[in-house]
Design a protein around this ligand. Structure first.
Ligand SMILES: Nc1ncnc2c1ncn2[C@@H]1O[C@H](COP(=O)(O)OP(=O)(O)O)[C@@H](O)[C@H]1O
Ligand SMILES: [Mg+2]
Length: 1111
């Protein structure tokens, strides 16, 4: 996955958001993203990246794929990875970039020659395995740009040229992948570049780690804590213009996404003595100069300061006000800005500066001596300023500076101080104020860097990378207590290095049963013991002298040392030394043979500095200060606490022990800084100085162990756990012995026998390359694992979803079926009830209405009404009507009537006058003939006409004769003579007042209606009828016998015209009629088969009429 990683990181340049996103979702998903389609795309974008050194130039090929210029291997197809090592430029490959590759690895000369070659080419970094050796270039190199950082991100460190970023990235990745806290130990003597290296590391994390808005604040604060701490804790020394005068161990805390979320700083023993005294050519802490040079006029006025460092006693001792490499004015601005980034408000800054100014004023407080020798203060202005700045009463301060409070027999006495005592009391106060303020400052920074749990509630266990930048080994002309402590600290660190890289490594090989040729090295434990051993160590002896009642002094301390340690191989004094050494040693000095060289320490001030005492009354006055920072620094409890505080050396020793514990608990990476010359000059390679450092840093031994040893080791279970997925036999679980599992695994991976060794509980891998190849394989494997995981997870997810849905569906179905079944049951129950009621009702139907039958009756009633509603007659002629149940007979009848009335009424409303007239006539005909005359039914459908003869058919003479009389009806008839019954055709005309019988234009007979006595007609189907007229009238010759084909119509018309409805006689048998005066005739009617009208033998007219309707 090396290649993918590099692709991935180059992508960052092009697609920042993507990477940020990727880092946030975690490495596994990144891998997936890369696999799915992104690879090709990024390849296209990978074109050229120009970085000043060690660049890899990848011009795009024809099809967009990239080729590495140096190795000409196609990049991009799976499995082919750019061996960046071979892609390093010629310049990068000056000498060897890893001393392990030196042909003559035991030769110090070759070692130094390699360093020199690279140094000349500005290649300041070289590895010994994983240890980085860095030579201070003393000039700005273009190797710390953002591009460089990107280039080292996520790349295994043998792939790119050695760099502090590679070490940083390696530690970061180890932290993330192995979830183990890391620490980076930077060592080297003063001015070798430790602080610079630690800053570079911090910057690297700040730029390359994923960041959110919250994290950005933390990053800024982490970065900005540096200038503040440097201003207050660094100073120009002879060795280094920006020498750290305190030890610093900083924890950077990372959350699970790898984003820095907090930090914590531990500070170690600040060189307080520098506040009051500096060696020649050295300066006080930077902040004093920065304030005076850079402080605004206003501010200086408020603080009572002048813009002239020469005015201040504490700044003139070293006689070095200006340093060419330092711009105090600019630094002041940087510090002010940093303070506000860290979260100092204006008031706090003001109070802090008040303290810095008051230290300067304190330095200027001068004393005179009275005759008695008692000191008094000669500089009142200073006291005035001090009183205001610290917020104490001037007179009290004055007294406190010149007196000492003694408690004798429970009484407090003020004992005056002499000139010397007063000056040292003043200096003690200055040191105490400055020292404690510095500690307060560190605490304040820690508060602002604190990992705020509530912001990241899910990340309780953040991983940590610790950065140790502590003062380097120091040798001056005059070395004092501070140098003693500093060099002791360096001994301890060297001891740790030896423990972890030389001693324990070799011990481990032995313990693990690896055949091993021991490498000899100098173990400095003997020096550590010389300093720190209980009872016999220098610190113990010093403490003892400090606590001892009586006239203990620095010299008695020296004597004690001589008597206790005389004869120790690493300890010499003037008295104990041989003649040659004696020449270069003062009588007040003792010499320690440190791992890094010999140092003469002057015992002057050792006791005082170790006691670090401040007169009680000075402490009291500080407790009463109105300055908020000072009240926090000087706790009142301290005044009442009777216990003697631990001495400075013991405190330091204890804090170092704790530091060692912290470092031991983490996985270390080393940066060994080398100083190329004492003159801080660029390009000068002082071979003697460098050889000395190479020697005491134990680099050669380190190299030898490295060459013979193994780059990497892991306990079997951890190794197996991490890589087991790379071998089918060990994946997913190995059941047998761990060693067998690892052995199977590495064989499967194709490890060659010389590449690894199997120990008792660990596997040892000789070359980093082998491990990195395995890591690559794991990266590749992660893709398929991720895919598998994804698939399993998706499957599981979908199945759970499916099961849930199925469950829900079943539930819904069950409910729905329940509802349906209940509905059905209800319906059936209701149906059964209905049937039951119906049957019961049927049984009781004849009973009066009672509960048993009411349903049935209602139902019958209802169904009758519904039936009626559906089948109600639509026309008057429709006589149908449903059969009502007995209970409704009456109602039915009424309804029927109503219905009929309604139908009739509707019918009548629609009828026209002609039809009405017709019907009236028909009704009349019905009244007269219905059921009486046989041919009546046949006449019903035939409409009555207004006349059977048109005017053309009637002789006009007749019409004339009628005169005004209007003709109402005319019909052709047959007249039968009264005597012979001869049939003669005639016309019968009806007018309003009479009827006339017409024969061809002659009015043969007129019958007035008034004279018409009656009309007779047979009940048979014949058309004969007799008009009876009075016989008395002469004009009348008797009744008239006529025959009409439309007998019903004709007679009806006659009845209407003559108003003789009731005068029509329908005879059943014979009709008698009058023939002239006194004589009578008869017409006999008999039913027969056809109509025959003849004169019968008896003289009657015989009519045989067919029977049309059987009655
Ligand atoms: N990597 C570097 N590049 C350029 N200059 C450096 C580098 N490292 C150190 N220096 C120079 O050396 C000086 C001393 O380095 P510093 O880190 O303060 O030393 P130390 O902390 O080891 O005493 C710095 O002020 C700087 O000028
Ligand atoms: Mg430093």
């Amino acid at each position: 996955m090396i290649f993918s990683c590099s692709v991935f990181h180059r992508t960052y340049l092009l697609n920042n958001t993507f990477i940020q996103l990727c880092s946030e979702i975690g490495a596994l998903s990144v891998a997936c993203r890369l696999k799915t389609g992104l690879r090709r795309k990024t390849m296209m974008e990978l074109k050229i990246q120009l970085v000043p050194t060690g660049e890899i130039i990848l011009p795009p090929g024809k099809n967009g794929e990239s080729y590495c210029q140096n190795c000409s291997k196609a990049v991009g197809s799976d499995g082919v990875r750019v061996m960046m090592e071979s892609a390093l430029t010629a310049r990068d490959r000056v000498g060897v970039q890893d001393f392990v590759l030196l042909e003559n690895h035991t030769s110090e000369v070759a070692f130094i020659e390699n360093l020199r070659k690279r140094f000349k080419e500005n290649l300041i970094y070289t590895y010994i395995g994983s240890v980085l050796v860095s030579v201070n270039p003393y000039k700005e190199l273009e190797i710390y740009t953002k591009q460089h950082m990107e280039r080292y991100r996520g790349v295994n460190f043998y792939e790119v040229s050695p760099h502090i970023y590679a070490v940083s990235d390696n530690a970061y990745r180890s932290m993330r992948t192995e979830r183990r806290d890391q620490c980076i130990l930077i060592s080297g003597e003063s001015g070798a570049g430790k602080t610079e290296a630690s800053k570079k590391i911090l910057q690297y994390y700040a730029v390359t780690c994923p960041a959110s808005e919250q994290v950005q604040i933390v990053k800024d604060r982490l970065l900005q804590s540096n200038p503040v701490l440097e201003a207050f804790g660094n100073a120009k020394t002879l060795r280094n213009d920006n020498s750290s005068r305190f030890g610093k161990y900083m924890d950077i805390q990372f959350d699970f996404r790898g984003a820095p979320v907090g930090g914590h700083i531990l500070n170690y023993l600040l060189e307080k003595s520098r506040v009051v005294h500096q060696n020649h050519g050295e300066r006080n802490f930077h902040i004093f100069y920065q304030l005076i040079e850079g402080g605004e006029e206003d501010l200086l006025r408020r603080l009572g300061l002048e813009r002239n460092t020469q005015q201040y006693q504490y700044l003139v001792k070293g006689n070095c006000p200006k340093v060419s490499s330092i711009n105090d004015r600019n630094d002041w601005k940087v510090v002010r800005k940093a303070l506000s980034v860290i979260g100092f408000n204006e008031d706090e800054v003001e109070e802090l500066l008040n303290i810095i100014a008051s230290v300067l004023h304190l330095g200027n407080v001068q004393f005179g001596a009275e005759e008695s020798g008692n000191a008094y203060i000669t500089t009142d202005t200073q006291i005035k300023y001090l009183a205001r700045l610290i917020g104490v009463e001037g007179s009290v301060l004055k007294e406190a500076l010149t007196h000492k409070k003694i408690i004798a027999k429970g009484e407090e006495l003020m004992s005056p101080l002499n000139l010397e005592q007063a000056a040292s009391a003043r200096d003690a106060l200055s040191k105490a104020i400055y020292g404690r303020t510095f500690t307060w400052l560190v605490n304040k920074i820690n508060l602002s860097l604190a990992y705020k749990d509530e912001l990241y509630p899910a990340n309780k266990n953040a991983s940590v990378i610790g950065l140790l930048d502590i003062y380097g080994f120091e040798v001056f002309q005059q070395n004092s207590f501070e140098q003693f402590c500093i060099n002791y600290c360096n001994e301890k660190l060297q001891q740790l290095f030896i423990e972890l890289t030389l001693k324990s490594e070799q011990e481990e090989y032995e313990a693990e049963g690896i055949t091993w040729e021991p490498v000899q090295f100098f173990n400095n434990k003997i020096i550590c013991d010389l300093v720190e051993e209980k009872f016999k160590g220098i610190i113990s002896i010093l403490d003892e002298e400090c606590l001892r009642p009586g006239d203990a002094s620095d010299l008695t301390f020296l004597e004690k040392l001589e008597s206790t340690l005389g004869g120790h191989a690493h300890f010499v004094t003037h008295k104990l030394a041989d003649g040659k050494t004696r020449k270069v040693m003062g009588r007040e000095e003792f010499r320690l043979l440190h791992y890094a060289g010999e140092v003469n320490y002057n015992v002057n001030g050792f006791l005082d500095k170790n006691n670090d005492l401040l007169f009680r009354n000075l402490k009291e006055i500080m407790c009463r200060s109105e300055n908020k920072i000072l009240t926090q620094c000087f706790d009142r409890e301290e005044l009442t606490d009777k216990k003697r505080p631990e001495t400075a050396a013991t405190q330091f020793k204890n804090s170092l022990t704790k530091l060692m514990e912290i470092l031991m608990s983490k996985e270390p990476s080393y940066v060994r800084c080398i100083k190329p010359n004492d003159a801080k000059q660029a390009g000068r390679f002082d071979e003697v100085l460098i050889r000395h450092q190479v020697k005491y840093l134990g680099l050669m031994e380190n190299l030898r162990v490295r060459r013979a040893g193994f780059a990497y080791r892991r306990r079997y279970e951890i190794f197996l756990q991490r890589y087991k997925s790379l071998c089918p036999e060990t994946w997913p679980n190995w059941k047998g012995r761990l060693a067998d599992g690892v052995s199977t695994l590495v064989k499967h991976l194709g490890y060659k026998p010389e590449e690894y060794k199997m120990g008792r509980s660990k596997i040892f891998i000789r070359f980093p390359k082998t491990l990195f190849a395995t890591e690559d394989a794991l990266e590749v494997r992660k893709h398929s694992l991720a895919t598998k995981l994804q698939a399993c997870w998706r499957g599981y997810n979908q199945r759970s979803k499916y099961l849930k849905m199925r469950q829900s569906a079943i539930l819904i179905q069950a409910w729905w079926r329940g509802i349906l079944a209940r509905r059905e049951a209800k319906r059936r129950r209701a149906a059964a009830n209905t049937i039951r009621r119906f049957i019961k009702g049927f049984i009781y139907r004849k009973q009066p209405r009672c509960p048993e039958n009411e349903y049935f009756l209602d139902y019958v009633r209802y169904s009758f009404l519904m039936n009626l509603w559906r089948n109600v007659p639509k026309t008057v002629l429709d006589k149908s009507w449903p059969m009502p149940p007995p209970a409704l007979a009456e109602a039915s009848e009424q309804l029927r009537n109503l219905c009929m009335q309604n139908l009739v009424w509707t019918y009548c409303k629609r009828i026209n006058p002609e039809w009405k007239h017709q019907l009236e006539q028909k009704a009349l005909a019905s009244d007269i003939f219905k059921d009486k005359k046989d041919n009546y039914p046949q006449s019903v459908p035939k409409l009555f006409v207004s006349t059977r003869l048109s005017l053309d058919e009637i002789n006009p003479k007749v019409m004339q004769a009628l005169g005004n009389e209007k003709m109402k009806y005319a019909v052709p008839v047959t007249k039968y003579d009264r005597n012979g019954y001869r049939a003669r055709p005639r016309q019968l005309l009806l007018t309003a007042n009479y009827a006339v019988i017409v024969e061809d234009g002659k009015l043969k007979q007129r019958i007035d209606y008034s004279a018409l006595k009656g009309i007779s007609v047979s009940s048979l189907s014949d058309g004969l009828f007799v008009l009876h007229v009075p016989c008395e009238d002469n004009k009348q010759k008797g009744d008239v016998v006529l025959q009409s084909d439309h007998v019903i119509e004709t007679l009806t018309k006659v009845a209407i015209c003559a108003d003789k409805i009731n005068s029509i006689n329908i005879s059943q048998g014979s009709i008698k009629f009058a023939v002239g005066r006194g004589k009578e005739g008869f017409i006999d009617f008999t039913p027969g088969s056809e109509l025959v009208i003849t004169k019968a033998k008896n003289g009657h007219l015989s009519v045989t009429a067919p029977r049309l309707n059987s009655r």
